[in-house]
Design a protein around this ligand. Structure first.
Ligand code: NAD
Ligand code: UDP
Ligand code: UDP
Length: 339
């Protein structure tokens, strides 16, 4: 896709990637809340390339117009600047509800707003889905498992979240979002899908995102200290964004309505991950240890048996391949931010 996107020339006509032509029966009107964000914009690319009509609704809190710039002006594409904590009236067939800050630094910035986005915002999306009889997929998270007592985490696990800690606004917001989905499914027959997304990385992550992948890569590129919070023995498992997008689309269009984990089970300690990034970039950065974060989950790795069985899905992109694309992206971003 990257090669096919021809950038808008200063004075020339705008050209677009070649999208599939769908018949009336197959072409869907799809709303993507949070579509200008990291994951949302990659999902928009896939849906547009597949020939659907896509409407993005975003308030640009953490998203950026540049992420979907290449579609602006296309007849199948529309963008609405709107905060989903307020009602939204559009006519669509499917809703991918992704609007919510995702990085701890972003969601802790205004915890009240994070709760509102995930509760009131989700309720508005469900009210919309109910009125227009659309299927709704909510982007939930592995954070609903909190600091897990079982490992790896399967969808049967109810979680171990501190409701009053600094991560509570996001974790409990997402748990409420899931509860709202099943309440609307039971009471109002809304057709729902719930994706529990595990740590995801790739191009278009925000340069100031503060998450481990972006921090470590930028630190390595700049040959400044790579900062590990806590002992570095805590683990995460990282999936590349294109794998997630494939999983989201499969979940939306499948028949399974219980929650499904989408993640890559390839698990690293944060210390191992720091060394991996340092070596990958060929950096001279020292690796330093800082104070640990409050309520930082100590282990995380998805059990993806359910996604395998019900969606025939598993991640395909290796960490080397994913990091190559991501490091290339951040190299350009760092260069641009200097200019
Ligand atoms: P992101 O911050 O890049 O994107 C979120 C988008 O939502 C942004 O464009 C932002 O402007 C928009 N938004 C936030 N609040 C809004 C509001 N009130 N009204 C309208 N738009 C609003 O984050 P992301 O990494 O792309 O995450 C997308 C979704 O996936 C989120 O719901 C997140 O919780 C979930 N998720 C992501 C990860 C991950 O590792 N990236 C992991 C688990 C879950
Ligand atoms: N809603 C929306 N768009 C719609 C339909 C509803 O944003 O097309 C909002 C509506 O304003 C309400 C929420 O979704 O705040 C929940 O809707 P529901 O119909 O469940 O609740 P009610 O309107 O009966 O309180
Ligand atoms: N982390 C770190 N250094 C950083 C950023 C994050 O050691 O510069 C750690 C963090 O403490 C956590 C893990 O990396 O244990 C993943 O953090 P991230 O914010 O990426 O996502 P989370 O999975 O915690 O939401």
């Amino acid at each position: 896709l990257e090669e096919r996107i021809i950038k808008l020339e200063m004075n020339g006509p705008k050209t677009f990637p070649c999208v599939k032509l769908l018949g009336y029966e197959d072409k869907k009107r799809i709303l993507v809340s949070g579509g200008a964000g990291f994951v949302g914009s990659h999902l928009v690319d896939k849906l547009m390339m597949d020939g659907h009509s896509v409407t993005v609704v975003d308030n640009f809190f953490t998203g950026r117009k540049i992420n979907v710039e290449h579609w602006i002006g296309h007849q199948n594409f529309e963008m609405i600047n709107h905060d989903i904590i307020n009602p939204l009236f559009v006519e669509v067939d499917q809703i991918y509800h992704l609007a919510s800050p995702a990085s701890p630094q972003h969601y802790m910035l205004n915890p009240i707003k994070t709760i509102k986005t995930n509760t009131l915002g989700t309720m508005n999306m469900l009210g919309l889905a109910k009125r227009v009889i659309a299927r709704l997929l909510v982007a939930s998270t592995s954070e609903i498992y909190g600091d897990p007592e079982i490992h790896p985490q399967s969808e049967y696990y109810w979680g171990h979240v501190n409701p009053i800690g600094p991560r509570g606004c996001y974790d409990e917001g997402k748990r409420a979002a899931e509860a709202l989905c099943y309440a609307y499914a039971r009471k109002e027959n809304v057709d729902i899908r719930v994706a529990r997304i595990f740590n995801t990385y790739g191009p278009r992550m925000h340069i100031n995102d503060g998450r481990v992948v972006s921090n470590f890569i930028i630190q390595a590129l700049e040959n400044v200290p790579i900062t590990i919070y806590g002992s570095g023995k805590q683990t995460r498992a990282f999936q590349y964004v294109s794998d997630l997008v494939e999983g989201l689309v499969a979940l939306m269009n499948g028949n399974y309505s219980q929650p499904i984990n989408l993640g890559n089970p390839d698990e690293y300690t944060i210390e191992e991950f720091a060394t991996l990034i340092k070596d990958f970039v060929g950096s001279s950065s020292p690796i330093v240890f800082k104070e640990g974060l409050e309520d930082d989950p100590q282990k995380r790795k998805p059990d993806i048996t359910r996604a395998n069985n019900y969606l025939n899905w598993s991640p395909k992109v290796t960490i080397q391949e994913g990091l190559r694309k991501t490091v290339d992206y951040f190299r350009k971003e760092v260069e641009m931010s200097k200019n």
